[in-house]
Ligand binder design. Structure first.
Ligand code: AMP
Ligand code: ZN
Length: 193
């Protein structure tokens, strides 16, 4: 179990959880307190452990477990994901929202992250958290659609690449600053207003 997974699993396990922590999104996507927008095909919720000031997850009602299950038939659905993301960019014009998927998701049910550039949040704690949003581990939705159009499926990343992306030295996502550690990075992020 990775650091990211274990730290959030222990937070999750404080609440009464009838299912394994990796199924938590299935509960959350039905929770009116977390839902911010719902359409016929999709639901957008607030991420329970946000890694930035704005952090939403967009999920399909259709039972698709994750990106590994995507094929050409899902391109139209992914265009819907994009349309919802565009609505959020209109609502939060200054936030520099990005939309994408983790190359190796930890939670069940396909989910697209919509996250602001600030990366200021108490839940952003580890290098793994940081690198999962600031390296190629974060795959923009347009790249996913392009790969599905070209190859009909997504090529999984290798264990070696996964390890090297997670081990990437810390670097600010808004300038060339190379922090010594996470507290140093978090302090630095506050200077970008
Ligand atoms: P991923 O690595 O793409 O699977 O990311 C899963 C995301 O789900 C992370 O950003 C977590 O903060 C978030 N998360 C974990 N558990 C829950 C939950 N029960 N409800 C809502 N969001 C969650
Ligand atoms: Zn910076």
């Amino acid at each position: 179990m990775s650091k990211k997974r274990s730290s959030e699993a222990s937070e999750t396990s404080k609440a009464k959880q009838p299912r394994h922590w990796s199924m938590g999104l299935l509960e959350s996507m039905k929770n009116p307190e977390l839902i911010v927008k719902e359409t016929e095909k999709l639901v957008a919720i607030k991420d329970k452990y946000p890694k930035a000031k704005i952090h939403y997850l967009i999920l399909p009602h259709e039972n698709i477990s994750g990106i590994s299950k995507l094929n050409k038939s899902h391109i139209e659905l992914l265009e819907e994901f994009k349309r919802l993301y565009m609505e959020f960019t209109v609502m939060h014009k200054e936030a520099g929202l990005r939309a994408g998927f983790h190359a190796v998701p930890s939670m069940q049910r396909l989910h697209m992250h919509v996250i602001s550039t600030d990366m200021i949040s108490p839940s952003l704690k580890t290098k793994i958290h940081w690198n999962s949003f600031t390296t190629d581990f974060f795959i923009p939705v347009d790249d996913i659609i392009k790969e599905l159009k070209e190859n009909g499926m997504l090529k999984p990343i290798s264990k070696e690449l996964h390890k090297s992306l997670m081990g990437t030295p810390l670097k600010c996502n808004q300038c060339s600053f190379e922090p010594k550690n996470m507290p140093n990075l978090k302090e630095h992020l506050l200077t970008h207003k």
